[in-house]
Design a binder for this molecule. Structure first.
Ligand code: ADP
Length: 504
């Protein structure tokens, strides 16, 4: 009992005794003690030396659903059909009187048949009455079921929080809101920045390597403390290896155990930013590629309409030819874009049928020859080639893209050859030119989206950097592969294979 309380009770009891008849003083003291016991929220029970219940407070009867009539005079173990018959409790109680001991905060977790599972702290004391030579046990019970439950909940939520923290795919920093010192850092951030936990913990935000602009960080920290929330779309950070990354930085302040902490969520958006930039460039490039043929078409047609009378037959033919060629270029570009968007959305459905590759190749070559008389085109196929199962329009598109590239990146008057051979269950088709060629290091790049190189001498060649990507997608859905063999300055050969055994 706290010493103040002891003092207060002593003073009260001394007050009762002062100048009163002993009987009256005793009655007043008893009433006083009784009212203390009855107002206690925790159950209290008094046992005699044979561990029978002499009395209990109201709280005991209420909580354990037992009536005073049933309880008083019964052995504690027998109460409510033996629900208190708990071996360890029995052992402790039986020790108290003979050994003159006591026990404190003995925790029992017991499933009571009537009131269900309870966790309790038991405290017991021996009370010896000199006058009556009787021994009693005072048993105080604290029901900590709810507290225990809450402790378990808190522990479980701590485990859940830890797991989230440890496995999050975003970097997380926890700072002390007063000092800006780093209190915790999750593994993802450690990986992102390349600094170890030890190097980060305890440091101030602006003392760590990745944050370069100290003044700006201090200002941001102050702003964060005032507004309790801050968000940056892209913040430059530097990793341990000196790599520049861009991060999205969201931070807020919240109280924990009476003090404020700052949580910063840090997401590496370098790739996303690059993609956004690529997308913008792509839109710019495609718009440009679409607008130049359109300008030619409208220009030619308007000239014909406004100057029809003055134009010679040849001039008129020339203008119409230009318009037709630009219309073809437009339709080729739109066709490629459509194929890509279908591939992207997994909607690239082939219309497969048995085809003869020599006929498909002839169609592609005829088309390009009609448009461009600048190069010498040859088809070099063996006499007999087995038909294959493929989508003829898609195969023609692949060949047209490769022929168009060969034309764009090789000198006028040079030869462009299409050939095919069967090899190990595959049909291999090639398009070779005598043009600029491609460096070994660029040979993988050119099949990637929007990658354009500007080979020396062919810088003006138009294109959106999509042709080879479309070829790759179309070849791959046919179950084949595409590759290039090239020597810079001596020309390139683009190959693609198609499985001969492809089922319809
Ligand atoms: P585009 O021709 O529209 O630029 P492609 O995807 O068809 O796009 O080609 C990508 C890049 O590959 C081209 O920009 C060019 O640098 C290179 N390339 C393609 N074909 C050839 C070729 N036959 N000879 C040399 N370079 C080529």
């Amino acid at each position: 009992m706290a010493s103040n309380m002891r003092k207060l009770i002593t003073e009260d009891i001394q007050g009762f005794l002062k100048g009163k008849h002993p009987e009256q003083a005793l009655q007043e003291t008893l009433r006083y003690v009784q009212s203390i016991i009855e107002t206690m929220r925790d159950p209290l029970v008094v046992l005699d030396d044979s561990l029978k219940v002499i009395s209990a407070n109201q709280s005991f009867y209420n909580i354990f659903l037992v009536s005073p009539d049933d309880a008083e005079g019964s052995l504690i173990y027998e109460l409510n059909d033996g629900q208190w018959d708990i071996p360890k409790l029995r052992e402790l109680l039986e020790e108290i009187l003979p050994k003159n001991t006591s026990f404190n905060d003995f925790e029992i977790d017991h499933d009571f048949p009537v009131i269900g599972r309870r966790v309790m702290l038991l405290n017991a004391r021996r009370i010896y009455s000199e006058g009556h030579k009787t021994q009693r046990i005072l048993l105080g019970i604290e029901d900590i079921t709810e507290r225990k439950h809450m402790e378990q909940e808190v522990a479980a939520s701590e485990v859940r929080y830890r797991r989230l923290f440890e496995t999050a795919q975003d970097g997380i920093l926890i700072l002390d809101a007063k000092t800006a010192q780093i209190e915790d850092v999750n593994p993802f951030l450690v990986d992102m920045l390349g600094f170890s936990q030890q190097e980060l913990l305890g440091k101030k935000l602006w003392e760590i390597g990745p944050v370069k602009d100290i003044e700006a960080s201090q200002k941001a920290f102050k702003e964060l403390r005032d507004s309790e929330y801050i968000r940056y779309e892209d913040l430059p950070l530097e990793t341990r290896e000196g790599k520049q990354i861009q991060v999205e930085f969201v931070s807020n302040v919240y109280p924990v155990n009476g003090r404020k902490v700052i949580q910063c969520n840090i997401r590496d958006v370098t790739e996303r930013k690059k993609l956004d930039q690529l997308k913008d460039e792509f839109i710019g490039m495609v718009s440009h590629e679409l607008s130049s043929p359109l300008t030619i078409i409208t220009g030619s047609l308007n000239t014909i309409l406004s100057e029809e009378e003055q134009l010679s037959r040849d001039e008129m033919h020339h203008l119409l030819q230009n318009a037709a060629l630009s219309a073809d270029t437009l339709s080729q570009l739109l066709g490629n874009l459509l194929e890509l968007s279908r591939a992207q959305a997994d909607r690239l459905i082939l219309h497969v049928e048995p085809i003869r590759i020599d006929i498909v190749a002839k169609n592609a070559v005829e088309r390009i020859k009609e448009q461009y008389s600048t190069h010498k085109f040859f088809i070099d196929f063996p006499e007999v080639l087995a038909p294959i199962n493929a989508d003829p329009l898609r195969i023609e598109r692949i060949l047209y893209n490769l022929l168009d590239n060969a034309r764009k990146y090789s000198p006028k008057g040079s030869e462009i050859r299409v050939f095919a051979r069967e090899e190990k269950g595959r049909l291999i088709i090639g398009v070779s030119d005598q043009g600029a060629g491609i460096l070994k290091s660029d040979q993988v790049l050119i099949f990637k989206p929007f990658e354009r190189l500007k080979p020396a001498g062919f810088e003006g060649a138009k294109g959106a950097g999509l042709g080879l990507l479309v070829c790759r997608r179309l070849v791959e859905v046919h179950g084949g592969q595409i590759w290039v063999e090239s020597t810079p300055g001596q020309g390139s050969t683009f190959f693609f294979s198609l499985p001969l055994s492809r089922k319809v």
